[in-house]
Design a protein around this ligand. Structure first.
Ligand code: ADP
Length: 192
């Protein structure tokens, strides 16, 4: 089963990705985590991504797509992508990659949360995790970027008939339960 988690910053993708990947035994990649790791180690990739990540802007498509392409070479099946794709361009590149290695994307889970709740959650996270992009100014840029560049993916994947919406305003455990139910259904369909 190959799935994508989609949703605005603060929707809880990272938390759910962690849980779901263990529960369903999926190989997980979180693009944001990968970038933060590379920035911390000051790797060439980190140096390229640094200014974008820290200002809340998207890292250029080519850089992210190459990174995911490399990851998919060693994780050919049973994966969960958290944070990719984030633009229509990235989604199209992913389609190409999957075609070239005969893989199928089974489901896109959209975790929806109202904007006012997102800001509160991200400011709360700032107190605990001290992520440099969780300040009011950068949060607003990230939410706007989501609205402009990532939201069009909802229609894109609806047209492919693989999008399911999850109510991300519930408690963490209830969101997990909703996702588990959805994925159990998808698994059933795959096996039929
Ligand atoms: P959040 O979803 O809370 O914004 P992430 O950890 O997923 O946080 O991403 C942090 C940052 O990493 C983004 O603001 C962006 O700069 C960069 N990033 C992550 N994924 C992508 C992507 N697919 N395309 C471009 N930039 C990305």
């Amino acid at each position: 089963m190959n799935i994508i988690l989609l949703g605005p910053p603060g929707a809880g993708k990272g938390t759910q990705a962690e849980y779901i990947s263990k529960k369903f035994d999926l190989n997980k990649v979180s693009t944001g985590d990968l970038f933060r790791e590379n920035i911390k180690n000051n790797s060439p990739l980190g140096q390229k991504a640094n200014e974008f990540v820290n200002s809340g802007k998207l890292v250029p498509d080519q850089i992210v797509t190459d990174m995911i392409n490399n990851w998919l070479i060693s994780n050919t099946d049973n994966w969960l992508l958290d944070g990719f794709p984030r633009t229509i361009n990235q989604a199209k590149s992913l389609n190409q990659i999957l075609k070239s290695c005969n893989q199928i994307l089974n489901s896109v889970l959209l975790i929806s949360v109202p904007n006012n709740m997102l800001v509160d959650r991200l400011l709360e996270r700032q107190k605990i995790e001290k992520r440099s992009d969780d300040n009011m100014e950068t949060i607003q840029v990230r939410i706007n970027t989501y609205e402009e560049e990532t939201k069009p993916l909802i229609t894109y994947y609806q047209q492919e008939n693989i999008l399911s919406e999850i109510d991300g305003s519930q408690s963490i455990s209830n969101v997990s339960i909703s996702i588990e139910k959805e994925l159990a259904n998808i698994k059933k369909k795959i096996n039929n």
